[in-house]
Design a protein around this ligand. Structure first.
Ligand code: LLP
Length: 433
């Protein structure tokens, strides 16, 4: 990945290769562009995404699954910036959305409505109606009440609707508890013992067609066994649904969750993933839908941030940077590990430091007790693996405008979204009636 000609040094981490990162005479480059150039021109903090790295991940997964009829529906929630959506749309992918906002973005980026899947546990009536009117590929319902509402809306709109049932297959996964979604006792999906009744309700309704059984087990999964277990449970349900005389299911949607490498940890290898699931899925003749988010965009993105100050306190060294938990919440929220490297190496001795942001919370950090080269105010850093659940989870806490976003592609770069301005933050507010 990236521009091989520019590479003149050893890869520092396997992570670098996943992202298309290289060291060129001490300068960090992404997709052939020196990141210092972007930090200077765009200011910091700024997210930068490598289009080629996104494409490479898509092709690796698509190729691995080539023995199966399949569609990769990108989980828009991971990174919904239009430029990123357009890169993925141009690869022929579908989209997995969870709100009317994401639907509008996916349509604006040019995804055909028929390739969009609507997931989510709490879709409003307005969102369901908008989806029915847009003629989306299918809607994954998660409760009887949602199903009844969807049936009423299909009648009012006099439109046929393709429906999937998102099953809660009660499969255990090893990941952060906040992002484990396929276990009984959490809010997601229709419990297995209610699925036949839901299927019958759909089959009885003249405008609804049950085309899909779906699951999503969780995020950042690196083990294939939960996928196999979940698929087995969905296939058992499909047999029972067919035995009940309902023969309309054509798609099995096995969700997203393919994990990536953030540090020394493992990632989900697409070839191993495909080798694990293909024997179960291939004999069924069903079209397989996947909803990867992080896998496609996570490694492809970095967050650039500048050192503001250094300080010593309580025997600890702090590096205060200009990106905070409002810009990248994953370290604070999940204690997630993100590799941090200098944009320009200067060969300085390493120190153990806490890298903290400007936000007024003790939990505002990007890294704790991390061995980093000696840093000075004005030095720029790259936080790696920030392409997924980075900007999309950014907030305006402390009235901080959200960062700019840039894309590099083919050795060039452009601003995909300008930095938010302070005026944009409160321009629409009213101080009195
Ligand atoms: N499909 C559904 C129905 C989902 O709920 C999700 C993620 C995905 C697909 C995509 O999962 P992925 O392939 O990206 O793992 N903010 C958290 C991750 C939350 C994931 C929520 N659902 C984080 O920063 O780790």
């Amino acid at each position: 990945m990236g521009k091989g000609v520019l590479s003149d040094s050893a890869i520092e981490f396997p992570l670098f290769a996943d992202a298309g990162l290289e060291r060129v005479q001490g300068s960090l480059a992404l997709g052939g562009v020196r990141l210092s150039e972007i930090a200077e021109a765009a200011g910091t903090p700024v997210y930068v995404y490598n289009a080629e790295a996104i494409r490479a991940q898509y092709h690796a997964l698509d190729h691995a699954l080539s023995a199966l009829p399949h569609r990769i529906c990108y989980a828009v929630k991971a990174n919904s910036t239009l430029a990123v959506l357009r890169i993925i749309r141009d690869l022929g992918a579908g989209a997995d959305i969870v709100s009317a906002g994401e639907m509008a973005r996916a349509l604006a980026a040019g995804f055909p409505a028929g390739r969009i899947v609507f997931s989510g546990v709490g879709k409003t009536a307005e969102e369901l109606r908008a989806a029915v009117r847009a003629g989306l590929g299918h809607l994954n319902v998660e409760s009887f009440e949602e199903l009844e509402l969807l049936a009423r809306i299909a009648d009012e709109e006099r439109r046929p609707v393709s429906v999937g049932i998102r099953v809660n297959p009660d499969v255990t996964t090893v990941t952060h508890p906040y992002i484990s979604t396929g276990k009984s006792g959490i809010k997601f999906g229709v419990p297995s013992d209610q699925v036949i009744a839901a299927a019958e309700l759909i089959a009885r309704h003249p405008r609804l067609e049950l085309t899909t059984l779906a699951m999503h087990l969780g995020s950042q999964l690196v083990d294939t066994e939960p996928f196999r277990e979940g698929i087995r449970r969905l296939l058992e349900l499909i047999v029972r649904i067919r035995a009940a005389g309902i023969a309309t299911i054509r798609v099995i949607d096995i969700g997203g969750g393919l994990g990536i490498r953030y540090g020394e940890d493992a990632s989900m290898d697409p070839t191993e993933f495909a080798a694990a699931v293909t024997p179960l899925l291939s004999p069924t003749g069903l079209t397989v839908y996947l909803e990867p988010g992080r896998f496609l965009v996570g490694s492809a993105g970095v967050l650039l941030t500048r050192v503001l100050y250094r300080k010593l306190s309580g025997g600890k060294q702090f590096v205060v940077v200009d990106a905070g938990m409002n810009d990248l919440v994953r370290p604070s929220h999940y204690h997630a590990y993100h590799e941090i490297v200098e944009l320009e190496t200067r060969g300085r001795p390493a120190h153990r430091v806490d890298v903290v942001g400007p936000v007024c919370e003790t939990g505002d950090f990007l890294a704790l007790d991390r061995l980093l080269p000696g840093l000075d105010a004005g030095d720029d850093l790259a936080v790696l693996g920030a392409g997924a659940y980075g900007f999309v989870m950014a907030s305006n806490y402390n009235s901080r405008p959200r960062p700019a976003e840039a894309v590099v592609d083919g050795g060039r770069w452009w601003i995909a979204r300008p930095r938010e301005t302070v005026e944009e933050l409160f321009g629409s507010e009213r101080m009195s009636p």
